[in-house]
Design a protein around this ligand. Structure first.
Ligand code: GN1
Ligand code: MG
Length: 364
């Protein structure tokens, strides 16, 4: 973690209104180091400062150019709409008009405007919140539907490509450099039991059976901002906006949002699927995407929740075996615990598959 002096020194490099601020460390997020910067006066106005994880994002210049384009595209579209609450943050440039700041130690930093009086939820706490999440994530895809995709930088190639993730898993398992495979024997077994089913869905998507769209790719429910009336107003964390299937966004949101336990819950008894939250999220998502959804997309919404739970669980397991090089962890079995939650949740999804299909069919 960085000292306040260091953070203020960094903040000074950007076009900020004042340095009379208080700075809080943001705990959420597994990738970057994040800080909330609030003006002492007027309060509630501020910035979101991040030290970018350069081992995950190799080309920060390209990443920030893409994010700036995306936020501007959304902002121009919103200017023409009168009946929407949808808001978008701005990338605050440095004093020499760059989209990020590189310090003498080669660390790279960025600054976003903070949307005032907003908050997020770690879980979809109520059906209303679930509905709002579904609606806004669908709207996000709509707002980007005419974005010139060729201008978009692929920040992390093969992000939700299961074939590639499976290859990575196998080679890391083969090395077992931390000698952890013996601890994760059951979790590894589970992955081997499931892989064929999910590779089928991967190939179905890859073959073009569903459209490629510009999607968010990281629809954890804490990436949605709510206003004081608990209406969703923004989608944040635009690092992974890349072409992909809309199924990835739907599935990943259910993975975190409709699970009654947190992603790293140690007591697996707490891991269950809340079908009411699933229903409300689906209702919101279908409402905002009904004009664009294809039949194949609709019929694979349920399998996408299984797929995304599997691929994220596999990534946690891979990182566990690799010695926690990718995700931030706070204890040595953190990634293994995260894997267990995903595997348990996947079993819950499988048990409820029929019911979930029925819900989708009734709503569509
Ligand atoms: C990471 O940025 P954050 O913490 O919301 C990860 C996602 C995973 C998620 C699991 C760039 O998201 O893909 O779904 O953790 N982001 C990246 O919680 O790898
Ligand atoms: Mg992210």
């Amino acid at each position: 973690m960085c000292s306040t002096t260091h953070l203020l020194e960094t903040l000074k490099q950007f076009k900020v209104k004042s340095l009379d601020v208080k700075i809080e460390t943001v705990q959420e997020g597994h990738i970057h180091n994040s800080y909330k910067v609030l003006h002492n006066s007027p309060p509630n106005i501020g910035y979101f400062l991040q030290k970018i994880n350069q081992s995950v994002f190799k080309d920060v210049e390209k990443l920030m150019t893409s994010i700036d384009l995306v936020t501007k595209h959304i902002s121009h579209k919103l200017d023409k709409l009168t009946d929407t609450r949808f808001s978008v943050f701005k990338v605050i440039p440095t004093k020499d008009d760059k989209l990020f700041y590189k310090n003498s130690k080669n660390s790279q930093w960025r600054l976003y405007s903070l949307l005032p009086e907003t908050h997020s939820f770690q879980k979809m706490e109520t059906q209303e919140i679930a509905y709002e999440c579904g609606k806004i994530q669908g709207q996000f895809i709509n707002l980007l539907s005419d974005f010139p995709v060729q201008k978009m930088y692929t920040a992390i190639p093969n992000f939700h490509n299961l074939e590639k993730r499976w290859e990575d898993f196998q080679s890391i398992l083969q090395k077992d450099s931390k000698n952890r495979a013996k601890v994760a024997i059951d979790e590894i077994d589970f992955a081997f039991q499931k892989i064929d089913t999910f590779l089928k869905l991967h190939h179905f998507i890859e073959e073009g059976s569903v459209p490629k769209r510009l999607i968010h790719n990281d629809t954890k429910c804490n990436n949605v901002l709510f206003d004081i009336n608990n209406k969703a107003i923004a989608v944040i964390d635009l690092d992974t906006v890349m072409p992909g299937s809309l199924l990835f966004d739907f599935g990943d949101a259910i993975r975190t949002g409709a699970n009654t336990a947190s992603e790293d819950e140690k007591n697996l008894q707490k891991v269950t699927l809340d079908l009411n939250l699933f229903k409300s999220y689906t209702k919101g998502f279908l409402q905002s995407t009904s004009a664009i959804l294809t039949q194949n997309e609709i019929s694979h919404l349920v399998s996408s929740t299984h797929y995304m739970t599997f691929i994220i669980g596999l990534r946690f397991l891979t990182d566990y075996l690799d010695g926690d090089l990718y995700y931030k962890t706070t204890y040595s079995e953190h990634n293994l615990i995260r894997t267990r939650v995903q595997w348990k949740f996947l079993q819950k999804l499988e048990k409820n598959e029929k019911e979930m299909h029925k819900i989708v069919m009734d709503l569509r």
